[in-house]
Design a protein around this ligand. Structure first.
Ligand SMILES: NC(=O)c1ccc[n+]([C@@H]2O[C@H](COP(=O)([O-])OP(=O)(O)OC[C@H]3O[C@@H](n4cnc5c(N)ncnc54)[C@H](OP(=O)(O)O)[C@@H]3O)[C@@H](O)[C@H]2O)c1
Length: 307
């Protein structure tokens, strides 16, 4: 198999390049810098320097790839992101998907794998949801939902399969948000907001990568939620992370105070439940996460000494 990866230099993309190469697949990785070229080449991939929003350039770089993967992102890492910080991410999800699917059509790829987020279908009452639940995009996930629609329509129009993987909240030793968490916990600057009882469905980045490789190796269209086996409350995740880092137990702050200090995006992230399951992906592909619980994953993050 020959795979074209947008976002090949990212936390997910680097793992994808390495996993595909380990299987004996060839990989073309989209990059936008000399450092990116070096990173992809060091993992055994062929770097392709092109603009994500230029379908012609993507198709020239991708050549004869069978599979196109959209794993590019620009999710803000700032502690208090505003609406403008999300603009490039929205563009990558919408125009990036348009260009990548146009590229897939031009090169005759058999499959496009679209990254998305489980938040797209999160019910506002925090109830459990799955792939059959209606989409309820909010301002932060609307562009991910639009990306799903753009990808599916392009697949229907041009006759290639589209696999949409909605991933849970990423964490891992080299994930920017995990490092931010670890640093803030160490400085006692990451409190539990409110009761801390919002439930998160998380995913170690290694497991995200193995799920993308699984989907790429199959010849199927579909929508799957990719999360670990054990949803966890925000409070428990933060308390366990602090304990494993040897940091003091996090304190609690009321929601109103957190909103003043950190803004509504952060408060929403820490207080809204996003509760789903990997049952469909696991059932249809036999995939299992290497880190089935947040405890396994956090132990790995801490043991890696990257945080
Ligand atoms: N974080 C989460 O909780 C979460 C959850 C579910 C799904 N996801 C999705 O998983 C994917 C990978 O996330 P990640 O943590 O691996 O992100 P990451 O480490 O920040 O990597 C981002 C990748 O996108 C590339 N990129 C950024 N802006 C670009 C642009 N304008 N043009 C072309 N490429 C650009 C980066 O290239 P450079 O190296 O050149 O910057 C890098 O390769 C994302 O699509 C994200 O939406 C994330």
């Amino acid at each position: 198999m020959r795979v074209f990866i947008a976002g090949a230099t990212g936390v997910l993309g680097r793992r994808l390049v390495a996993l595909f190469r380990a299987r004996g697949d060839s990989v073309v990785g989209l990059v936008r810098s000399t450092a990116g070229e070096r990173a992809v080449a060091a993992l055994g991939g062929e770097p392709c320097r092109a603009d994500l929003f230029d379908a012609e350039a993507l198709a020239r770089g991708a050549g004869k790839c069978d599979v196109v993967i959209h794993a590019a992102t620009s999710i803000p890492v700032r502690t208090r992101p505003g609406a403008r910080d999300w603009e490039m991410n929205d563009r990558i999800r919408r125009q990036g998907t348009e260009a990548l699917t146009a590229c897939a059509a031009k090169i005759g790829a058999r499959l496009h794998v679209q990254q998305s987020v489980i938040r797209v279908a999160r019910p506002s009452d925090g109830a459990f949801f799955d792939e059959d639940s209606p989409a309820r995009p909010d301002p932060l996930s609307r562009s991910a939902w639009d990306g799903e629609i753009i990808a599916r329509e392009a697949g229907r129009r041009h006759g290639f399969d589209v696999a949409v993987l909605r991933c849970g909240w990423f964490y891992g030793p080299d994930a920017a948000h995990t490092r931010l968490f670890a640093e803030a916990i160490g400085r006692r600057r990451l409190p539990v907001i409110g009761k801390g009882d919002a439930v998160w469905s998380c995913l170690h980045v290694d497991d995200a990568a193995s799920a993308f490789v699984t989907a790429a190796a199959a010849n199927r269209s579909g929508l799957w939620h990719v999360v670990d086996d054990c949803p966890v409350s925000a409070g428990e995740f933060i308390r366990y992370f602090a304990k494993r880092l040897g940091a003091p137990a996090p304190f609690h702050v009321p929601v109103w105070l957190a909103r003043l200090a950190a803004g509504s995006y952060a408060v929403d992230f820490f207080t809204a439940s996003v509760r789903t399951s990997n049952a469909r992906f696991r059932g249809e592909f036999g995939w299992t996460p290497r880190f089935p619980t947040y405890r396994d994953g956090i132990d790995h993050v801490v043991a890696s000494r990257a945080v």
